[in-house]
Design a protein around this ligand. Sequence first.
Ligand code: PLP
Length: 393
Amino acid sequence: MINSGNAELIAQWNDLMQRNYGSPRIALVSGSGCEVVDADGCTYTDFLGGIATNVLGHANPSVVTAVTRQIQELGHVSNLYAHPKALELAAKLRQVSGDHSARVFFCNSGTEANEAAFKLSRLTGRTKIIAMQGAFHGRTMGALALTGQPSKSDPFRPLPGEVIHVPYGDSNAVARALDTNTAMVIVEPIQGEAGVVAPDPGYLVALREMTRDNGTLLAIDEVQTGMGRTGDWFAFQSEGIEPDVITLAKGLGGGLPLGAMLALGSATDLLGPGSHGSTFGGNPVACAAALATFAVIESESFLDSNTRLGAYLSDQLRMLDRVAEVRGRGLLIGIGFRGEIAHQIQKALEERGFLTNAANAFTIRLAPPYVITEGHIDNFVAALREILKEVAL
Ligand code: PLP
């Protein structure tokens, strides 16, 4: 298997894997920084970063060292015991959340973080949840009930009940749906899977005010937007609000599986002993990777450079013919095209050595590692400019 090329590995994938993902076009075997190499030896610049996950790129030396040391020292403990790395990471999350009484539950993925938020909301004694149309919160049954994309959820009904979906970005729609049985409103600060859709400024502030007045939890899903991607540790921080719940995963582990659900303020009291758990959640190796990731983001001032490079990239993209709009913030960017050409563009970019994602027929999503440079960006924009000249509309 080791010497197999793309064709052989994809044939094996088609034979061995369930068909939930479809068939990939390339098989990746190694990576360093922003570059990844496929099984035929072709190199790509990674403008997707494992879908907003490899925030420091591939094989970051600090992450590799931290993980290596930790697995040699203590690879796993059950949640019957404390260990220093989980505590250090929880303290770091508390610090960046801005709430010095925040409490952390560790899990392994975004869907589990939202599942935990769902359960926490039920402990308020209320049962109704308001989520947004187009939202993506994960694929386990609770998180799927929150996900506002019927194509993903309809085949699996019945789902946990009393979740209603209202149009994203419309605070009046949330106000109309709120009632005395509403336990939680859950929202992404920017909808990533839906194609990088950003609400107008003031939306989260309005949701915060109305949920507080109604005794309803406000949960912000930062799974895709968190860990500094948009230029703040959490995207909601640009609106200056304080939510009750924050869910995190993807970039948190710097490429290792790790999720977290933070409860803030009075929401910290909801989960009691025995109410929730995870065998691997807060695993020392994943926590060591996350701590190394935080340290590098800080020492390299990536929050600032994500803002600067995101603006640099977006400004260049806006100047391209056939680009209708560029959405998002920092290094989470959606390129909206005139015409349903995104899948064709993704394939053409791949052939020229760039990994991206067609989030829908009109949109290419970019979520590059923070180690991306202006040079990578210039090469990417030049390639896209050429492709757009060739693509028939
Ligand atoms: N929430 C958001 C906003 C996401 O973008 C995703 C994944 O794309 C999830 C939740 C689910 O995360 P995971 O795939 O780690 O379960």
